[in-house]
Write a protein that binds this ligand. Structure first.
Ligand SMILES: [Zn+2]
Ligand SMILES: [Zn+2]
Ligand SMILES: [Zn+2]
Length: 140
């Protein structure tokens, strides 16, 4: 799947897929949680990829511009997280208040509400955020 993501990125922009970008994409692919830049940095250091934190920030932003990575700003967290877009449509998240574990909720229950809002306000709704917090099975 990673090769597909990379070739899509290349096709989209004609930009070079650097080793750093590949390393970040492959890390995000094998992670099942959205990662912050500092978590990406720590994990890549563990994997002995030569990189600094500034480069991580720059890389995730390039990958975001390429449409390969989605940025996630969870309430009260004060830092952005990043996850692969591939294979995930618009979706929501639940975060454990104790350990911070984040799980994808691969659904959106807001279609009806969106329609209602458009009818009431005459707005065309673009985006929305919805996030859940609670206690994961390990922390209950
Ligand atoms: Zn937990
Ligand atoms: Zn997600
Ligand atoms: Zn939604």
């Amino acid at each position: 799947m990673l090769e597909k993501i990379i070739s899509q990125g290349l096709k989209a922009t004609g930009r070079r897929m650097t080793r750093t970008r590949k390393a970040v994409l492959s890390l995000l692919e094998r992670t099942h949680e959205p990662l912050s830049a500092s978590e990406i940095f720590a994990q890549l250091q563990e994997d002995q990829v030569a990189i600094d934190l500034v480069t991580v920030y720059r890389t995730v932003n390039v990958l975001k511009d390429l449409g390969l990575v989605a940025q996630l700003d969870l309430h009260h967290e004060g830092q952005s997280r990043y996850e692969l877009k591939e294979g995930r449509k618009h979706h929501h998240h639940i975060r454990c208040q104790v350990c911070g574990k984040i799980v994808d909720l691969l659904l959106c229950p807001l279609k009806k509400l969106t329609k209602l809002i458009e009818e009431r306000t005459k707005f065309v709704v673009g985006d929305h955020t919805l996030e859940f917090t609670g206690f994961c099975p390990q922390c209950q």
